[in-house]
Design a protein around this ligand. Structure first.
Ligand code: PHE
Length: 370
């Protein structure tokens, strides 16, 4: 008859010494596995006499139960220790400052465009668009440019190569082609594709977009943005144009202090024509409006030339209108104090972070956007 006490002592010591789950499992197999020590004892019960079995049975079963319980306890302890170790290793110190995260910003030109659209929308204008790649008719001829006008020359206009059929496309030099496209649609037979809602005269549209000219200095870049404006109705006059633009400027610059001036000018597609300047100070590197002795030209405008109306199938005796073309980037320079237009398109991340707008910031009260 085996003395069970040394076996139990030995087992208990092995269980306590098992440093991880694998070692513990090895001890379990050595005692309780198919060929384990305790399993062998249990099997030996079968060969005992009834008296021996009555005596040994409870002892061996007791040993098996205690060993099983010890192993379970040890396993729980090892599991808890492993979890503790993992928690300690993966601890996150929430008081540490977070690493800086780079966030994109809304480009000032896009912000300004949104603000402008919102202000004109409040005045009842809807938005029209036209293609960046234009043809000669919409960019020049339909706008009353004489055949030898200097703006057609290579030094001003980016032309594409001539096609086989002789047509030479170009990058639009202004947003005024949108005027022609909208007025032609206005007069198109019913069922023709429309640009925007309500294009039958009266027309009241703005047309924002990219424009291109071969030019580069502090206030000129080869690609820039304009917003065309066109109003066609009966009995429209120059006073409407001036009121619209002055009202726009006060809303846009969020001050009544803005000083504007209209200078007589010439455009082939308006008569009379004018340019509008905004008074500003550019002496200190930054740019400030409402003070100083500098003037920055921000738009051209005038009364739509009767030839344009006729070209687009509108009777000048019935319909009159005004048109204007605003420099979007120029307005942004003035409002947000950006001294050099070339920076606006240089894609310098530091500049964009400085002048950019958060997409999630509270809406600009002047913009009416929400
Ligand atoms: N298209 C002109 C320009 O780019 C501006 C303009 C628009 C003038 C509409 C008159 C009417 O300079």
């Amino acid at each position: 008859m085996t003395d069970l006490i040394p076996l139990e002592t030995d087992l208990a010591a092995q269980i306590a010494a098992a440093g991880d789950l694998a070692a513990l499992e090895a001890v379990r197999v050595s005692a309780l596995g198919k060929t384990g020590a305790i399993s062998a004892l249990l099997k030996s019960l079968g060969g005992m006499s009834p008296d021996e079995r009555r005596e040994q049975g409870p002892l061996i079963n007791g040993l098996r139960d205690r060993a099983t319980a010890l192993i379970a306890d040890r396993r729980a302890a090892l599991d808890a220790a492993a979890l503790e170790a993992q928690l300690a290793a993966e601890a996150v110190d929430l008081t540490l400052p977070a690493p800086p995260r780079r966030r994109g910003a809304v480009h000032p030109t896009m912000q300004v465009m949104d603000e402008m659209v919102a202000i004109f929308a409040e005045m009842g204008f809807s938005v029209a668009e036209g293609p960046d790649i234009e043809d000669d008719f919409h960019n020049f001829t339909g706008l009353n440019f004489p055949p030898k006008h200097p703006a057609r020359e290579m030094h001003d206009t980016f032309f594409f190569n001539e096609r086989e059929d002789g047509e030479r496309k170009l990058l639009r030099t202004h947003t005024s082609p949108i005027q022609v496209r909208v007025m032609q649609r206005a007069n198109a037979p019913t069922g023709a594709p429309q640009f925007a809602a309500g294009q039958e005269p009266p027309i009241r549209i703005i047309g924002p977009g990219r424009t291109y000219r071969c030019d580069s200095d502090r206030t000129h870049t080869p690609m820039f943005h304009q917003m065309e404006g066109l109003v066609i109705n009966r009995a429209i006059h120059m006073g409407h144009l001036k009121w619209t633009l002055d009202t726009f400027c006060r809303r846009f610059f969020e001050t009544d202090a803005v000083v504007t001036r209209f200078r007589p000018h010439h455009f082939p597609f308006t008569e009379p024509s004018a340019e509008m300047d905004v008074q500003c100070d550019r002496s200190g590197g930054a740019i400030k409006i409402g003070e100083g002795s500098d003037w920055l030209e921000i738009l051209g405008g005038g009364m739509v030339h009767p030839n344009i109306l006729r070209t687009c199938g509108l009777d000048p005796d019935e319909w009159q209108g005004f048109a204007f073309g605003l420099g979007i980037d120029r307005l942004g320079m003035l409002k947000y104090g950006m001294p050099d237009l070339r920076d606006v398109f240089a894609a310098d991340v530091r500049w964009l972070q400085h002048y950019g707008f958060s997409a999630f910031s509270a809406p600009n009260p002047a913009s009416g956007l929400s």
